[in-house]
Design a protein around this ligand. Structure first.
Ligand code: FES
Ligand SMILES: [Fe+2]
Length: 465
């Protein structure tokens, strides 16, 4: 399969440490993975009004997400066409024009260097020193090749021949829905609460992606926070105490679900058609508890017998992970060189939840997550040391082991082109790296479409049970 196979042997669960530390591989993955995949840019609720903007990233590059006066959303590279200066150095705001700090070329929020009549965009002294000859229509901000607003989440790609976003998602769609939808089952209906957390970690970005795609094995890491009981019910870390009626409807068990042709995966339940019984979660805050009980009944009514999944934890290839349970969040693992990533974390709430509910959630989210939360530091510490150790001269000669559960995958019922494993497994990590290797092997300039069944077929051919 070309270069990718040099580093990733997903058939045997062996992966080279080089992919976590090598400068050469990093440079190549920026082009071949981040230059072609669909990437998460932000949420429409961050730019609710005309002329709002939010500065984000795609791979290692800065981009600006804007809303123009007609309400349309755009995403541009944050670089001036004249000499490259970053045209916007704020994190977010509202503006009619992005004026480059260097020589003041000015771009409208829809990316044009040419002003509409009475507009502010343009080139200083255009007539006097460019002699009216510069073709401004050719020198606007560089837009992404494709953009998709999926349930409020704004995604984009640099590959104009990339598959449409929903085809890229494949069977993963129903799990992304569970994150983006209102908790009562209404499509969309969520918003970003507060600002987003951003922090740098001396670790390769893939450690985040692979942890969230399916690492159910690392409970040891969170042992201390489990004992402290920071959950919203005052028990455990996040989970509700399991108080259920005898004979009540229980949720389906958690399994690992992976999409081998797409590179996505999650830990969660298989699709089902009925809500399990309600379990109180926010028992320490009656107002919030009341809200969720009400939402539960609305969900039962809204979804009826429709197919649904439980909120899950997963990764959409390459670097968007989500936490569908509380704290409900989206993460991007931005690459900052092979040995550093910048984590961005967006927190979601039901847009029309009462302010008191949002406030309790905000406090819980901060207590649990992010650079100052009690839980995620555990993960970062592992990834930091793993990255540093992988860069060692001698250590680098020994690959990592991803053999857990190899051969125990089964075809997942009710999902397109998916496999699942009931026991704890590294199925999804193998799927992630197999897809990564396919991107790395496909020549630059080509597009990758999730239309071949080869990965799924190979996995199922190895089945041991
Ligand atoms: S670099 Fe932007 S105007 Fe010159
Ligand atoms: Fe963790």
């Amino acid at each position: 399969m070309g270069n990718g196979a040099l580093w990733v042997d997903s058939d045997n669960g062996i992966i080279s440490r080089d992919i976590f530390v090598s400068d050469a591989i990093y440079t190549e993955e920026l082009k071949k993975v981040f230059g072609r995949a669909w990437l998460f840019v932000g949420h429409e609720s961050q730019i609710p009004k005309p002329y709002d903007f939010f500065v984000s990233r795609m791979g290692a590059e800065s981009v600006i997400m804007t809303r123009d006066k007609t309400g349309q959303i755009h995403v541009f590279l944050n670089t001036c066409r004249h000499r490259g200066m970053k045209v916007c150095r704020y994190d977010q705001g509202n503006t009619r024009v992005f004026t480059c700090p260097y020589h003041a070329w000015s771009f409208s929020v829809d990316g044009n260097l040419t002003s509409a009549p009475g507009g502010l965009a343009g080139v200083p002294q255009y007539k006097a020193i460019y002699h009216d000859e510069l073709d401004k229509s050719q020198w606007g901000l560089i837009p992404v090749a494709k953009l998709c607003n999926y349930k409020g989440g704004v995604w984009a790609t640099w590959d104009r021949n990339a598959p449409e976003f929903e085809a890229y998602l494949g069977g993963m769609k129903i799990y992304l829905d569970a994150v983006m939808d209102h908790r009562d089952g209404r499509p969309g209906g969520s918003e970003i609460i507060g600002g987003i957390q951003k922090w740098k970690v001396p670790s390769n970005w893939k450690f985040g992606a692979e942890n969230f795609i399916g690492d159910l094995y690392h409970i040891t890491s969170h042992r201390s926070v489990d004992m402290v009981s920071i959950g919203p019910s005052g028990a455990g870390r996040r989970d509700a105490p399991v108080v259920r009626r005898e004979g009540g409807k229980r949720p389906p068990p958690f399994v690992s679900v992976g999409f081998p042709n797409h590179g996505h995966g999650l830990i969660g339940a298989l699709p089902h058609y009925e809500e399990a019984d309600y379990v109180p979660q926010f028992t320490l805050t009656p107002e919030v508890e009341q809200y969720y009980e009400h939402i539960y009944h609305a969900r039962v009514a809204n979804l009826g017998k429709q197919k649904r999944v439980l909120a899950a934890v997963g990764t959409i290839f390459p670097n968007l992970s989500f936490h569908g349970m509380q704290p409900r969040a989206l993460f991007t693992w931005h690459p900052n060189g092979p040995r550093e990533m910048e984590i961005w974390k967006w927190y979601l709430v039901d847009a029309d939840a009462p302010a008191a509910v949002k406030d309790v959630l905000r406090r819980y989210y901060l207590r649990y997550a992010g650079p100052a939360g009690l839980t995620e530091q555990d993960d970062m510490e592992n990834w930091n040391y793993a990255t540093a150790a992988s860069a060692g001269q001698e250590a680098g000669r020994y690959p990592y082991n991803y053999q857990m559960g190899l051969g125990y995958e089964q075809p997942a019922p009710d999902l397109d082109n998916a496999v699942y494993t009931t026991a704890v497994t590294e199925q999804n990590q193998r799927i992630l790296y197999h897809r990564w290797a396919q991107y790395m092997s496909a020549p630059e300039g080509g597009s990758l479409h999730p239309d071949a069944n080869a990965n799924l077929g190979e996995i199922l051919a190895r089945r041991r049970t």
